[in-house]
Each structure stands twice: as C-alpha cells, then as structure tokens.
Write a protein that binds this ligand. Structure first.
Ligand code: AMP
Ligand code: ZN
Length: 135
C-alpha cells in the first residue's frame, strides 16, 4: 500500500515514535504547529473515522487517551487541541486516519479563531433533525 503512514509504522520511513500497541501508533508530526504536536493513528489503514469498528475503534480511543495523558504529563501544556482533518476540503493531506494532539500555551502562534456563521432557528431545527434521523 502506497501510504506514508503505513510505511512509517512498518519502519520503512523513520519517525519520532512515542507510542505503539496492537491497535495504534503515535509519532511526532514532522511539521509541528507546536512543540509536542503528536499524531495518533490506527494500525489498520482507513481514511475516515467511520472505517473503524469494534476493537480497532476502541483501541484507537484508548491509545489516544494514553498519548494525551503522556503529553500532558511530560510537557504540562496549558491546554490541548485534539482533532481530525477528514477529507481534502478539511485539510486531510494523508489518507490514513490520524488524530492530531497539539499542546497549547497562552500567547502561542496556533490559531483556530474562525468566525461563526449565521443560522436561523429554522435551519438549526432542520439540521438537528436531519442528523438525528441519520444517526
Ligand atoms: P493532515 O493534514 O491532517 O492530513 O495531517 C498530516 C500531517 O502529517 C501534517 O501535519 C504533516 O506535517 C504530517 N506529516 C507529513 N509527513 C510526515 C512524516 N514523514 N512524519 C511525521 N509527520 C508527517
Ligand atoms: Zn496507511
């Protein structure tokens, strides 16, 4: 499989690995937006969160919690951003699902400060019903 992250997990490409278990793998992002920026990924190659089921899903969640606890303990950040970019339009560059863990500090350069959009009462109602039905 021609996937950079699969190759990193296979040891074909070096990484600053911080954690590995049967279901997940974590290493430092090579272009960090903050010191300690870590990526946590499932061992199975899936592109979207919906591609994970059962123990692959719970294993990723458990590993994420463990890595987050490690980052918190080691670096004592004031806060963290924990997120997934899913889909090209959302900024997903590597098509192997991965969770970003970004340590934050007051006054750092990281910026997620985007303006909110206007939505009417009717739109909130319609969208919430649509999502609820789909779930
Ligand atoms: P995304 O935009 O959510 O797909 O994130 C992909 C991330 O992978 C980016 O933040 C990159 O900096 C990071 N990345 C790309 N190549 C490597 C690599 N060889 N080792 C570690 N991180 C990488
Ligand atoms: Zn992969």
């Amino acid at each position: 499989m021609d996937c950079l992250f699969c190759k990193i997990m296979a040891g074909e490409i070096p990484s600053y690995k911080v954690y590995e278990d049967g279901f997940a793998f974590a290493f430092l992002d090579i272009n960090p937006i903050a010191a300690g920026h870590t990526l946590v990924l499932p061992k199975v190659h899936v592109t979207k969160l919906a591609g994970l089921e059962g123990e692959a899903l719970s294993g990723l969640a458990a590993a994420l919690k463990r890595v987050v606890a490690g980052v918190e303990s080691a670096l004592e950040p004031e806060g963290l951003n924990i997120f997934i970019n899913q889909g090209e339009v959302a900024g997903q560059v590597i098509a192997h699902l991965h969770v970003h863990v970004v340590p934050r500090a007051q006054g750092d350069e990281v910026c997620f400060d985007v303006p909110s959009i206007e939505m009417s009462e009717k739109e909130f109602k319609e969208i919430s019903e649509k999502i609820t039905t789909a779930i």
